[in-house]
Design a protein around this ligand. Structure first.
Ligand code: GLN
Length: 285
């Protein structure tokens, strides 16, 4: 935890010095910031070497697209207005290793992230607890997996709902649109009324108030949200989908994927990944 905190503090300080909004959701700025190469890893691959070169939307900056309502992976800090979370720490550590500053685009809808990376020109990467799937791999490349995950069914505490009772047209099961949770409902609860929405928090509120009978969402998010904001809800079933999260990068930028993979490998061996996991999950996963 100490490691990643000091790394983050350094990045924020470096951003302040360079006069650019690091971590802020202020995409669209045309300010070009040079990387703080004096204090970054000397092992980072250089964007200028012809063999390993990759393109960036903005010089010296790793521009990130994400849906910022998926705690503990990415969410807006109400006080600072900056994105925070496990993924935010991971991508900042990667940018640090590449000698780049990290800048987030404003909040995006989850189901637009893969198309946005595929289309190019707006963001270099998307990190948003995105599960690596065959369908998505047709549109974008993914980094090596950086975290394992599963799904959860969330309902009111004391509810008698089960997978079987929910599989009925009278039952509304909410999810975030275009997610693997959405796919799971379609495949496994074909008779239920599936309700895809944009945002997790209002969806869970809808389960609390009885608008929906249940929500299907990534297990770590369910655990975090129930502990921190929804004490009236319960995980009624954990679904072992065996998903893995990856960072989405354009197929036109294979050297960026290579550089990100090298940074992830280094972070696994130098303890950075362990310290970020411990910071957000209390232990390594
Ligand atoms: N892991 C899930 C998916 O990739 C949900 C991600 C999310 O909602 N941010 O579909």
């Amino acid at each position: 935890m100490k490691n990643s905190m000091s790394r983050r503090q350094f990045i924020l300080a470096a951003g302040a010095l360079a006069g650019s909004a690091v971590l802020a959701g202020c995409g669209g700025s045309s300010t070009s910031s040079s990387s703080t190469s004096t204090s970054t890893d000397s092992s980072s691959s250089s964007a200028s070497s012809s063999d390993d070169s990759y393109t960036l939307v903005k010089d010296g900056t790793l521009t990130v697209a994400a849906e910022l309502g998926f705690a503990p992976f990415e969410y807006m800090n109400d006080q600072t207005g900056d994105p925070e979370g496990f993924d935010v720490d991971v991508i900042n550590a990667i940018a640090d290793k590449l000698g780049l500053q990290c800048e987030y685009l404003p909040n995006q809808k989850f189901d637009t992230l893969v198309p946005l990376i595929k289309q190019g020109g707006k963001a270099d990467v998307s990190i948003a607890a995105i599960t690596i799937t065959d369908t998505r791999e047709e549109s974008v490349d993914f980094s090596e997996p950086y975290l394992d995950s599963n799904q959860a069914i969330v309902a009111l505490k004391g509810s008698t709902e089960t997978e079987e009772t929910l599989n009925d047209a009278s039952k509304k099961v909410v999810c975030q649109s275009g997610t693997t949770g959405n796919d799971w409902i379609t495949e496994n609860l074909p008779n239920a009324t599936c309700v895809p929405t944009d945002d997790v928090t209002p969806a869970l509120t809808g389960v609390s108030t009885g608008s929906y009978n249940a929500m299907v969402v990534d297990l770590p998010v369910a655990k975090y949200m129930l502990t921190n904001s929804f004490s009236d809800l319960d995980i009624i079933e954990e679904i072992a989908t065996g998903e893995q999260y990856g960072i989405a990068i354009s197929k036109d930028n294979p050297n960026l994927t290579k550089a990100v993979n090298k940074a992830l490998e280094d972070m696994k061996s130098d303890g950075t990944m362990d310290s970020i996991e411990t910071k957000w999950f209390g232990s390594t996963i």
